[in-house]
Design a protein around this ligand. Structure first.
Ligand SMILES: [Zn+2]
Ligand SMILES: [Zn+2]
Ligand SMILES: [Zn+2]
Length: 111
């Protein structure tokens, strides 16, 4: 099965030590297959995804998680993806979310 049924690009860089975070809407979703069952292993994201403005964004939908991460929940891989070792493939952050790009444009206009 393909990694994602949508046309989404994932980061796939070498994960670091930072835990991947989800917004409250995405809370419980496996970042590989989107299932909300059997959360098994904490998600680690790569250094560039755990740094700067990305550190405060949901790894799936890029929603802002609040300045103190008060809207964040730790992301977990589901049991099935761990058994298939998909969690070893790399940082699962989704890169081509439209709202993120809109956001960055907004930031450029503002600054
Ligand atoms: Zn990454
Ligand atoms: Zn989200
Ligand atoms: Zn999964």
């Amino acid at each position: 099965m393909s990694r994602h049924q949508y046309d989404l690009v994932q980061c796939m860089k070498q994960p670091g030590t930072k835990v991947g975070l989800l917004c409250l809407l995405c809370d419980g979703k496996c970042p590989i297959c989107d299932l909300m069952v059997n959360p098994t292993r904490k998600v680690r994201v790569c250094d560039s995804c755990s740094f700067g403005h990305l550190a405060h964004r949901c790894i799936l939908c890029s929603a802002h998680l609040g300045d103190n991460l008060d809207l964040a929940a730790a992301a977990y891989y589901c049991l099935e993806c761990v058994l298939e070792e998909k969690h070893r493939e790399g940082c699962p952050r989704i890169l081509n979310v439209g709202s993120l790009r809109a956001d960055q444009r907004l930031r450029q206009i503002k600054s």
